[in-house]
Ligand binder design. Structure first.
Ligand SMILES: [Zn+2]
Length: 156
């Protein structure tokens, strides 16, 4: 058992000097936020698509993400609305933004709309904005997977 109180242990775990991080993924030209940091001193993070990918695949991954910018824009908009304190607690705003997002995306994706439109999920419940955002995320993940040549490195 530690001689420290739980509060002291938690305080030790918090960095004592503020770390200023940039929010863009460090994949050059990547449109996604860099939310994954491998170590505490790292100032730029990577997105989930670039994370653990072989560096030689990074340009292809960035290309896939920018080719599908209309979809990545909607993923980012969905995340922003669900994490911004102004909008995250307003079901009416979320519903209106969801409707607007669907209206923006449909005319831009042609026949891909069959895969990208809101639809019932595994439990049979129709997509809400959040689950639709995850559907778009999985779609982009599959596009990234398709252009990735080398296997992802495994976590240590
Ligand atoms: Zn990225």
């Amino acid at each position: 058992m530690s001689y420290k109180t739980k509060a002291e242990t938690l305080a030790d775990a918090i960095p004592h000097t503020p770390v200023v991080r940039t929010y863009r993924c460090s994949g050059h030209g990547c449109p996604m936020p860099g939310a994954i940091f491998d170590n505490p001193g790292q100032l730029t993070g990577v997105c989930a698509y670039h994370y653990a990918a072989n560096p030689s695949d990074w340009p292809r991954i960035t290309q896939a993400l920018t080719d599908w910018a209309c979809v990545t824009d909607e993923i980012n908009a969905c995340r922003r609305i669900h994490t911004d304190p102004e909008t995250a607690t307003s079901p009416g705003t979320i519903a209106r933004q969801f409707e607007a997002a669907v209206a923006r995306l449909e005319p831009r994706v042609g026949t891909w709309w069959d895969q990208l439109k809101p639809q019932p999920g595994r439990g049979g419940r129709m997509d809400d904005y959040r689950s639709w955002g995850l559907r778009l995320d999985r779609f982009i993940g599959a596009r990234v997977q398709a252009v990735t040549v080398t296997p992802r490195r495994r976590a240590a």
